[in-house]
Design a binder for this molecule. Structure first.
Ligand code: ATP
Ligand code: MG
Length: 224
């Protein structure tokens, strides 16, 4: 069997606030295989975002082991960690965080330029992804000129632009109405499957979770 794309071993995270310590993650273990799409469920406050932030290598304060594509991320320097994140991970958030002054195409081109892709290839890739998401006629629209569902589609295209092995998504359709959320998620899953990427998708929505390959739940700080 091929190596997992991400491997978490005994991941722990506590927060201290006003003299009170809460243990949010109390020993999380998880392996995600190449191409596997996993739903992360759990009630509000159970630690889903905290867990995604850990895997996204954006924050410290964790103990345990986080391996991304066979590399133990916790042992890397800041620069190496940034490179690991850039080369292997893609992110979709509940609120898209698109750059407001750039159009849809440019929002998907920019992360590719940062990763060293030349502009022509980056534009071709961006255009292909946005077209697959039904946005061929919106390439030169800025985020403010797009609907909420369209903005989330651009965010999905941006996350996939550098062909990440693992896409991390935190309530990627959480701010959309139900019908739009269903459609965007469907397109997102189709694209991720087509690309052969893995994904870990935090959601409150049990119904949407059932469309993924596997469901894990955070309960009292561990996955069940
Ligand atoms: N920076 C922080 N400082 C203190 N406590 C924090 C911090 N970040 C998160 N927490 C606490 O950790 C717990 C888990 O938060 P987290 O955002 O991971 O939950 P979640 O499962 O993503 O919830 P939701 O479904 O509402 O998004 C919460 O009780 C929260 O108050
Ligand atoms: Mg959250």
């Amino acid at each position: 069997m091929s190596d997992p794309v991400v491997s978490l071993r005994d991941l722990r995270r506590s927060f201290s606030q006003g003299g009170v310590t809460i243990d949010v993650l109390r020993g999380v273990n998880l392996e995600i295989r190449p191409g596997e799409i996993v739903a992360l469920l759990g009630p509000s406050g159970s630690g889903k975002s905290t867990m995604l932030q850990a895997i996204g290598l954006l924050e410290g304060g964790f103990t345990g082991v986080i391996e991304i594509a066979g590399t133990e991320a916790t042992k890397l320097s800041g620069d190496d960690r940034t490179a690991l994140r850039r080369d292997h991970l893609g992110f979709v958030y509940q609120f898209h965080h698109l750059l407001p002054d750039f159009n849809a195409l440019e929002n998907v081109v920019l992360p590719q330029l940062v990763a060293g892709t030349d502009r022509k290839a980056a534009e071709a890739r961006a255009s292909e992804l946005l077209t697959a998401l039904g946005l061929a006629a919106r390439l030169d629209h800025r985020p403010s000129q797009l609907s909420g569902g369209e903005q989330q589609r651009v965010a999905v295209a941006r996350a996939l632009a550098n062909r990440p092995e693992l896409v991390l998504a935190d309530e990627p359709t959480g701010n959309l109405d139900e019908a739009t959320a269903d459609r965007v998620l469907e397109e997102f899953l189709k694209l991720v499957r087509g690309e052969g990427s893995s994904a870990l998708i935090a959601t409150h929505n049990e119904r949407l979770a059932l469309r993924m390959d596997r469901v894990v739940r955070l309960h009292e700080g561990v996955l069940v």
